[in-house]
Write a protein that binds this ligand. Sequence first.
Ligand code: FE
Length: 205
Amino acid sequence: MEEKAFFNLSYGVFVLGANLDGKINACITNTCMQVANDPTRIAIAAINTNLTCEMIKKSGTFSLSVLDKDTTFDTIKHFGYQSGRNVDKFADFAYELDANKNPYIKKQICSLLTCKIISSTDLGTHSLFIAEVQDAKVMSDKAPITYADYQKDIKPKTKVQTDKKIIGWRCKICGYELNESNLPSDFVCPICGHPADDFEPIYAD
Ligand code: FE
C-alpha cells in the first residue's frame, strides 16, 4: 500500500480543542466532514493516545478550528508535534474559549465549530466521533488549507543524506525508534499512530 496515495484525499487540517475540568489542550486532526443536516452533524477522528482525544471522550464536547491559508508550520508543530502531557500549549498562544469553554486559536482560522459528541467508535489507532454542531462561525475570509496543501506546501520535507548509512528511523512526534535501515512507506508509529512521513533517519556515526 502506498501511504502517499492518502495525501491526495482532499480533507482539511483542523485544530481540535478540549477542556476537561478546567485544563485546556488541543491537537491537530486532518479528519472532519459534515455528515448530516438538521441537526447539523460532523464526523471527526482523533488518535487514541492523544491527550486531546482522551479529554473529549470524558468531557463530551470539543471546538474545531478550520485552518486557513495563512497557517504556518510552526502552528501545526505547536499543536501537532508535542503533547499536552508535557507542555501547556496555550501558555504562549493566543486563544479564546467557546460556549463549552473549549479553546480555539485566534489567528490562521477561517471557521470555528462548537460541538457536542453524540457517539464515538474505537477504530484501533483512532476514535471516530459523531458530533452535533451547536454553533458555527466564519472567522476570516481566507480559504481553508487542504491536507494536500499541508503535505505539499507547509510541511518541510525530510532531507535524507544519501552519503551516510541509515541504521534506523526516529518518529519526530514521539521519539519512537525503529532499528531497521528500511522504513516501509505504510509504516505507522506503534506509539503515537503517525505515518512513515513523520520519521527521520538515524545515521551510523
Ligand atoms: Fe510516534
